[in-house]
Write a protein that binds this ligand. Structure first.
Ligand code: GRF
Length: 208
């Protein structure tokens, strides 16, 4: 279902936050009808946090080491998101598995970006996995999050070639450029086009 008005996003990061920056830019220039209500990190030193703060976005730091039980950490993050009126959660390089508690709290309202064409190469170091496998095409996937890792219904995918002289790093850089297009595009679609989920498939209304 598409939502009217301006959606409130919470972005979860653990690191540099380039996808976060792409989402913030798309919200601020009107490509995505949303505003970033808060950026949350499990790592106090995440470079993306300082950037968000410097750009006037509320931030919260919840180190996972402070919560020996995963669900307790997730509940603390959920509380912060609720305090900021968050409706949609964007995982953007958030290096934590979400417990069912989290997934259930924002059912079909959590997005993730993964640097491969899922279902190929889920998990860590996807670009290196693709490079080592010798695929000729790779890319990125934005998907709704369910209880399984890198698994929920796919919203947007963008492909790139894998070149003979690529390294895992050069391939990752080519994919990252497409990630910065794919994430805002997925948000724009989900927030402006009527959609539903049928099994594994996200269905967008025809003609829209
Ligand atoms: C991206 O490659 C994303 O696909 C993966 O983690 C990386 C995060 O990069 N989930 P950044 O922090 O958004 O720059």
């Amino acid at each position: 279902m598409a939502m009217a008005g301006t959606a409130r996003l919470g972005i979860l990061i653990s690191g540099r936050g380039s996808n976060m920056k792409a989402i913030v830019a798309a919200c601020r220039d009107g490509r995505v009808p949303a505003e970033v209500a808060v950026v949350v990190s499990n790592r106090p030193g995440a470079p993306g946090l300082a950037w968000a703060r410097d750009h006037g976005i509320p931030i919260a730091v919840l180190p996972h080491r402070d919560y020996p039980v995963r669900e307790d950490h997730d509940r603390a993050v959920i509380r912060v998101l609720r305090e900021h009126g968050v409706e949609w959660v964007c995982l953007a390089g958030y290096m934590r598995l979400l417990s069912p508690v989290f997934v259930g709290a924002f059912r079909e309202r959590i997005l993730n970006i993964h640097p491969s064409l899922l279902p190929a190469f889920p998990g860590l170091d996807a670009q290196r996995q693709a490079w080592e496998h010798g695929v000729r095409i790779s890319g990125c996937t934005v998907h709704l999050v369910d209880e399984e890792l890198d698994h929920g219904p796919i919203v947007v995918q963008r492909a790139v070639p894998v070149l003979d002289d690529d390294t895992p790093d050069s391939l990752a850089a080519r994919i990252l450029e497409q990630e910065h297009i794919a994430y805002p595009d997925a948000l724009m679609r989900l927030l402006t086009v009527p959609w539903s989920v049928d099994g594994r498939r996200a269905i967008f209304r025809k003609g829209s």
